[in-house]
Design a protein around this ligand. Structure first.
Ligand code: ZN
Ligand code: ZN
Length: 626
């Protein structure tokens, strides 16, 4: 069983909003204790978008109870009580828990604070034991909180679920009551507006309406989405964008298999332990020795383990190693839309956002130290170019660095290369400052092999999303023995930059669906143009078919609707399918060599010369207009 207990470090890193939300959990518990004095509480942390408190209570709390609880919370907040910190001895804490005083308003003889007793046991020897008291409500807690209950500006209880004490199903089942809180009403309103809007934009709902992907859990497996023709069209447009951009930036493309021998991941360090839980279990293969690779000279017939690749880097490292490299070959930028497989718990899977197969906009840049700043900067520039194309206006780069105290010893987390850490982190920091890209530095969260940058973007409705990760790697190339022959005729290890600005198709398209609410710009729209005829007159249909053919000959995803239905019905169908541009053709258009243009969700633009419309469609796609 994994302890959910936060370390003092974790607590120190809690943001102001997390403190406020956790404080609100205390207020909610006090309100529940007022209404149901028998209630026993377990853990009440801040979580993404809010907080919860686990509670054991005879009465089954339902959303119908929320108004009464919120009314009690209102009183407590109005009283503007101080969160008073009290340090106690372990003996005192145990005594108070036994008397039922912790997580309650009074002592409760015969009803000890049993979960708090369990929590006391988890507090390491030497760590102070503290209470936080607001009014009569005393709770065992290490903090931190806001100063006073009055600091909680706006709050709401949102749902109730069940959960096992400490997440272990052998333990008693508790009621988990969720809520959220904000500094003020404005932020509260903005948040709930975003929640409403994101429900409408749910990528699973829109993905199904538009026929973009399917997850066939029965025959293919959970978390393994298949792209339907319309979704595949979006994937291909993204790949085209990446290929053009990378080609112009001097990348070369490679292709690698989806599996590799265990030796690969033992060398990279992902196995035996580090990444094992995120990989699919191995396949065992006994090779027919008669057909074994020549020169193996190995009479060992034991099975060889193969793994599905969980990342593309090791394959790319072996491509680097496949030929002798000189300083003249660097920087070498190997790119691939590589498919990788990661084992996620089935409970963690979520639409396209958490999946087990991922098509990644991957590339690895092998360079010298002197080349690093320019290469890293070029990657950042590529991000900015993409942000512009997709209309991401708000973004930040989270720069994660190492913790020098964790290079050696039992809790070592980072490769023991103190000089290299310092150098690469300085290089990254300097590049970020020089590029003027907004960034935030986060200590202790680097990858084990080097500093990393998580790129966070916000959708138009204000939802935050981790788009991709850039990593500097100064350790793994060495493990693979990668070298280049330098000017001075010595062998040196290159630095490697891992980068994937468009992330994976799965997550990125999931995000784009929400960002655009399924109304993709012309260049990305699965069905770009539909030509609709008014009536079935042969001349009209022929003219419409000729337009479709002309567009398709220019790689435009155009379809025709030449049926007998009324034009209004045809327009409705096309609007429903989110077709970007509709071209409506009647007998008069044939004579005038014109078309009537309609844009999805925007209505009619009137009749225009056909040649002009076709040229404009081709230009808009080529320029990837928003
Ligand atoms: Zn607390
Ligand atoms: Zn990589």
């Amino acid at each position: 069983m994994q302890s959910e207990r936060k370390t003092l470090d974790d607590r120190g890193r809690m943001t102001e909003l997390e403190r406020l939300r956790h404080s609100c959990a205390h207020v909610m518990a006090a309100a529940i204790a007022k209404l149901w004095p028998d209630a026993q509480f377990a853990a009440g942390p801040a979580v993404e978008n809010g907080f919860y408190y686990d509670c054991a209570l005879e009465h089954r709390i339902s959303p119908e109870d929320f108004p009464a609880i919120e009314a009690e919370m209102k009183k407590i907040i109005k009283e503007n009580l101080v969160f008073e910190k009290i340090v106690v001895t372990r003996d005192q804490a145990i005594k108070d828990a036994q008397s039922g005083r912790l997580g309650g308003l009074t002592e409760r003889p015969g009803n000890p604070s049993k979960f708090k007793l369990g929590n006391i046991e988890e507090i390491p020897e030497g760590e102070p034991i503290t209470y936080f008291k607001s009014g009569d409500f005393i709770d065992l807690c290490a903090g931190p909180h806001v100063m006073r209950t009055g600091n909680i500006g706006a709050y709401k209880l949102t749902s109730v679920a069940s959960a096992y004490y400490k997440g272990d199903e052998k333990n008693p089942q508790l009621q988990r009551i969720y809520g959220t809180a904000f500094k003020n009403r404005t932020q509260f309103d903005e948040y709930f507006k975003m929640v409403e809007e994101s429900k409408k934009r749910d990528h699973r709902k829109i993905g199904q309406e538009m026929g973009l992907y399917v997850i066939d859990t029965e025959y293919v497996g959970p978390g393994l989405p298949m792209w339907l023709p319309k979704g595949a069209a979006i994937c291909e447009e993204l790949e085209k964008l990446a290929k053009e951009t990378e080609f112009a930036a001097g990348y070369v493309r490679v292709k690698t298999p989806h599996v590799a021998k265990e030796k690969m991941y033992l060398t990279s360090g992902h196995l035996p332990i580090l990444y094992k839980d995120s990989m699919f279990p191995p396949m065992e293969l006994v090779e027919n020795r008669g057909q074994e690779e020549t020169g193996a000279g190995n009479s060992d017939s034991s099975a060889v383990r193969y793994y599905l690749k969980a990342m593309n880097c090791p394959h790319h490292h072996r491509i680097f190693a496949a030929e002798p490299r000189s300083y003249r070959d660097l920087p070498l930028r190997l790119a691939e839309y590589g498919c990788q497989y990661r084992y996620e718990q089935s409970g963690e899977l979520f639409g396209l956002m958490r999946v087990r197969s991922l098509n990644m906009n991957d590339a690895h840049i092998y360079c010298t130290r002197e080349q690093f700043a320019a290469e890293f900067n070029a990657v950042n520039e590529m991000y900015l170019k993409y942000f512009k194309i997709f209309g991401f206006e708000k973004y930040v780069m989270r720069f994660s660095t190492h913790d020098p105290s964790r290079l050696t010893g039992d809790n070592a987390k980072f490769v023991n290369e103190p000089e290299l850490w310092k150098q690469t982190e300085d290089m990254v920091r300097q590049t970020l400052i020089a590029s003027k890209i907004p960034y935030a530095e986060v200590p202790n969260e680097a990858a084990f092999y080097g500093p990393k940058i998580d790129v966070q973007v916000w959708s138009v409705i204000g939802r935050e999303f981790t788009l991709a990760t850039n990593q500097v790697d100064f350790a793994v190339p060495k493990r693979f023995g990668l070298v280049y022959r330098d000017k001075d005729n010595t062998d040196k290890t290159p630095l490697c930059i891992h980068r994937a600005p468009l992330g994976t198709h799965e997550r990125f398209i999931g995000f784009l669906i929400e960002h655009y609410a399924g109304n993709f710009p012309l260049w990305l729209a699965p069905e770009q143009v539909r030509v609709l005829t008014i009536g079935e007159d042969a001349a009209v249909v022929d003219y419409a078919k000729a337009i479709v053919s002309e567009l398709r000959a220019n790689m435009v995803r155009a379809e025709g609707d030449y049926g007998t239905d009324k034009i209004n019905g045809k327009i409705q169908d096309a609007e429903k399918a989110r077709v970007h541009t509709m071209l409506v053709i009647g007998p008069r258009d044939v004579q005038a060599a014109a078309v009537s243009v309609r844009l999805h969700g925007k209505g009619s633009l009137g009749a225009k010369p056909k040649a002009e419309v076709v040229a404009d469609i081709l230009a808009a796609i080529k320029e990837r207009r928003a």
